[in-house]
Write a protein that binds this ligand. Sequence first.
Ligand code: CO8
Length: 259
Amino acid sequence: MEYTYLKIEEHENIAVMKVSAPKTLNALNTGVFKDMDDYLNKFDCNKFRVLIITGDGEKAFVAGADISEMANLGMLQAQTFGARGAAVFRKIETLHVPVIAAVNGFALGGGCELAMACDIRICSDNAKFGQPEVGLGIIPGFSGTVRLARLVGMGMAKQLIYTGKAIRANEALQIGLVNEVVPQTELMNRAFEIANQIAANAPLAVKAAKLTINDEWDMDVDRAIENESVFFGRCFLTEDQKEGMAAFLEKRKPTYKGK
Ligand code: CO8
């Protein structure tokens, strides 16, 4: 698949979407969002079991929204641009397969927001995260105020957003913004290792787990427990459940069909 701002690699059951705008450290412009939206719309969740998102080159995952494109926007245009980006990130968050952000350098502003829309974040040791928007006279506009507080707690989110200060990979690990830090040369290997572990499991169960966790994010406990039991019960409608349990009892590896 040919895109101006994305490099796509499709393996047997794992796909990689690499954001590529080399002149601006992979900054998010209208074209990047158009390409991402198109790829996500066409993404075959039956064929691919995991999507990995990373940035092109060794320096940046995504250095934010494209400041030259935003500089002269009026209020309504800015709202449209923000809403467009937020909608694409929500598509990532709600995609029916897990999405891993392999953060290979700067993840600032919209870059940090893109990583936060993914299910799992790992990063290279040179990565830097931050929400520098207030230093530019704006606030995060691709749902950063929504997701950062939910991921790292309100106090830390407020500190990061009010100061605009970038943090290094190890600090991001300490506050729970990323799950793992690895040497840059190991980043994609590790992303594939995690992706393969996920892909070896029953696809419909993984999908149900993602939908359940997402649904329950802001539910009260009683509704969330009820919701889980509904999704849990539905797993018993699948061939994969029969296969998974039969394989265990027969002491063999399961072969999942996603049915
Ligand atoms: N937008 C446009 N161009 C950029 C961006 C960006 N976000 N980041 C880097 N570039 C460009 C630079 O201008 C430079 O271009 P040129 O070579 O033509 O001068 C090139 O990329 C290389 O960058 P630097 O020379 O600056 O590289 P350094 O290693 O010196 O610095 C940094 C790297 C620290 C990443 C630095 O480039 C930087 O601070 N970039 C901006 C980071 C930033 O502020 N990001 C947040 C943007 S705001 C945002 O994301 C809001 C999201 C919500 C929007 C809602 C819409 C309404």
